[in-house]
Design a protein around this ligand. Structure first.
Ligand code: UD1
Ligand code: CA
Length: 466
């Protein structure tokens, strides 16, 4: 397995490709002006994402595009790329695991713009586009095609592709190409002697001489929609895989004297296509660095990016410190001036209010930790609410699961939970309470404010003078 450990600092972040922010539908994603005022965006735009393939090389039962990548399925990253272009609509071609892929996108941003087309059986990338013909109609404007297994493309690269297509003479197309270290598996760009694009040959169909071509097809195209829909019905499947290749449309356009321009991507990192689990791990690494850079730019202190895992969509307030060997999963919200780690895992539903500190070997799940509350050592905090300035002693466990269902623990403000306390849920511990070291609070202990509970099972200590 080849994991590129490239220098973290060498990477420059681009704007997030997630369809949020200024890329509102009627604004140009590149200049921020109204689309109508921008010649490039004045043409209707449809993005088609191909996501029907089974992904045999993943050796996994799940559809390839649903494999997790930094806290979300791979396809979600590609949908973000599509939406960032401000298209009228996004067509997602689904087939293998279609219902699961549709479900995974049920809450995608701008869901009303997304439609699904089923491809059954899957007979190649060209066939996938043929299945879209009824949806595309006769004149779909510009059609951008993205493959569901290319999650790292930046919106700037897609913008360059669109601009090149718009600059081409009528009926022209633009394709993204690259010169990766290893061209194996990619389709190769065959050029005429004058340097113009002639056709794309698939790795499996290439002659030994064609296999030596370094320039590869990334599977990202911008077509004049009318030319595309006219060419698709004429595709043939005479090739090594007996499939209808979308790549053959390029040769058809060239034969019809339509201009085909290649836009070469320089950042090899963007070109990683996910075909195997090793590719998936490499793609995750690249996305992880992008996510961490965004937090660093926002004023989050991350001591060691190499051992910090933060999923997509986590918000972290300014001045928060993330210490090494920490995992923060999707669905966490962290306030300002917090400290997390080292060796901490925050799982979905964790909320840290400002100034909260969660440290060494502590796991939180579906838990709100109040402002300036602390849980610094060896704890499991699941399904809980913890008040302000409460201290959770080393080794505290919230026993939230009774073997059948999960239950909640509520802890008030200024509580002092002694080391090694077990709180069996459901339980409510009001403000000002103290528990002794090693106390076991059985479920629904009727703890009153300001009491001290000790022992196994824990009982309230009699106050002096009573
Ligand atoms: C494809 C390109 C190749 C390019 C490479 C870039 C073709 C014929 N080849 O090869 O030139 O270098 O991508 O990554 O297009 N899909 C469907 N339906 C199908 C088949 C595939 O929706 O019937 C989808 C897959 O889910 C995947 C994408 O299309 O998201 C690409 O398919 P894949 O089989 O990975 O193509 P490659 O062999 O990588
Ligand atoms: Ca692929």
């Amino acid at each position: 397995m080849r994991l590129r450990r490239r220098l973290f600092w060498a990477q420059r972040p681009g704007p997030p490709i997630d369809g949020r922010g200024p890329r509102a539908y009627n604004l140009c994603p590149f200049c921020g002006r109204l689309r109508a005022a921008h010649p490039l965006m004045a043409t209707a735009l449809t993005v088609v994402i191909l996501a029907a393939g089974m992904g045999k090389r993943m050796k996994s039962a799940a559809p390839k595009v649903l494999h997790p990548l930094a806290g979300r399925p791979m396809i979600a990253w590609v949908v973000d790329q599509a939406l960032a272009l401000g298209p009228e609509r996004v067509i997602v071609v689904v087939g293998h695991g279609a219902a699961d892929v549709e479900k995974a996108l049920a809450h995608a941003p701008q869901r009303e713009r997304i439609t699904f087309v089923r491809q059954e059986p899957q007979q190649g990338t060209g066939h996938a586009l043929q299945c879209c013909l009824p949806a595309l109609g006769k004149d779909p404007g510009v059609v951008v095609v993205l493959y569901g297994d290319m999650p790292l493309l930046r919106v700037e690269s897609l913008g360059a592709l669109l601009e090149t297509q718009a600059d081409a003479a009528a009926g022209g197309a633009a394709i993204l190409t690259a010169l990766p270290d290893n061209a194996r598996g990619f389709g190769r760009i065959v050029r005429f002697e004058d340097g113009s694009v002639e056709r794309i040959v698939e790795d499996r169909d290439a002659t030994p001489a064609e296999k030596l071509i370094a320039e590869v097809n990334l599977g990202v195209y911008a077509f004049d929609g009318r030319e595309l829909v006219a060419a698709l019905p004429r595709l043939e499947s005479k090739n090594a895989q007996g499939e209808y290749y979308l790549t053959d449309v390029i040769a058809m356009l060239v034969r019809a004297k339509k201009p085909v321009a290649a836009v070469e991507l320089e950042d090899i990192e963007e070109t990683i296509g996910v075909n195997t689990l090793a590719d998936l791990a490499e793609a995750r690494w690249v996305l992880q660095m992008r996510i961490l850079e965004e937090h660093l730019e926002n004023g989050v202190f991350i001591e060691d990016p190499a051992t910090t895992y933060i999923d997509h969509g986590v918000t972290i307030g300014v001045g928060t410190k993330i210490l090494p060997c920490t995992v923060i999963r999707a669905g966490c919200t962290i306030g300002k001036g917090c400290e997390v780690g080292p060796f901490t895992q925050l799982r979905a539903g964790t909320v840290l209010a400002d100034g909260a500190e969660v440290g060494n070997f502590t796991e939180c799940k579906n838990t709100r930790v109040g402002a300036h509350a602390k849980a610094k050592h060896l704890s499991y905090l699941g399904d809980a609410e913890i008040g302000e300035r409460t201290n959770i002693g080393a080794g505290t466990i919230f026993a939230n699961y009774d073997g059948v269902a999960k239950h909640k623990t509520k802890i008030g403000d200024n509580v002092f939970i002694g080391s090694g306390t077990v709180v069996v849920a459901p339980n409510t511990i009001p403000s000002g309470v103290t528990t002794g070291a090693g106390a076991v609070l059985t479920k629904n202990s009727a703890v009153q404010s300001d009491e001290t509970w000790v022992g196994i099972p824990a009982k309230p200590l009699k106050k002096k003078g009573h």
